[in-house]
Design a protein around this ligand. Sequence first.
Ligand code: E4P
Length: 217
Amino acid sequence: MKFFLDTANIEEIKRINALGLVDGVTTNPTLIAKENLPFKEVIVDICREVKGPVSAEVVGLTYEEMVSEAREVAAWADNVVVKIPMTEAGLKAVHTLSQEGIKTNVTLIFTVAQGLMAAKAGATYISPFLGRLDDIGADGLQLVADLKEVMDIYGFSTEIIAASIRHLPHLEGSALAGADIATVPGSIFPKLWSHPLTDRGIDSFLADWEKYQSEQK
Ligand code: E4P
């Protein structure tokens, strides 16, 4: 399973990338706005830091706007992936862009049908939003499992990015469901390697070691 960082904050990206854990990055207009810097500058900086795919989202809603923005954004770096919202115009844009060799990530996927349409249109990635589904009482993890089954049955090469991850069970459930990628916010990433029993174990080992050292004197 690959791990993407779901943030536009370059310091957060550098810190976790230094651990060798970042296979890519996803951003969205909300995350970009938090940085309060020009869009292009943020994306170019991230693309320099991370060699894997970096998603940058279009904001136009018409087919023409999406395609034009996508071509511009895709030219900023070789590893840019253009994030396109799941609409009729979005599907048409994905179809055009895939024929031009521009990689796309279709975002805001909430049903199997949406994922299937995006894959069929030529999406490189699809992003089911687990957390936002759970917020309305639906089952985000079930959607990931169902999408995985459908992608496998029909042999699509489109990769599933489990997105809108809010906690560790979302991540572990996505791994078990066979998501190709999980995109994880910086605040959740440390939970992937930490556990209170690990910390307690280190403390007790060190305490015993110090006792043993003082007894040796
Ligand atoms: C990822 O591509 C999405 O932009 C992100 O995971 C959305 O997460 P949220 O629902 O926590 O805003």
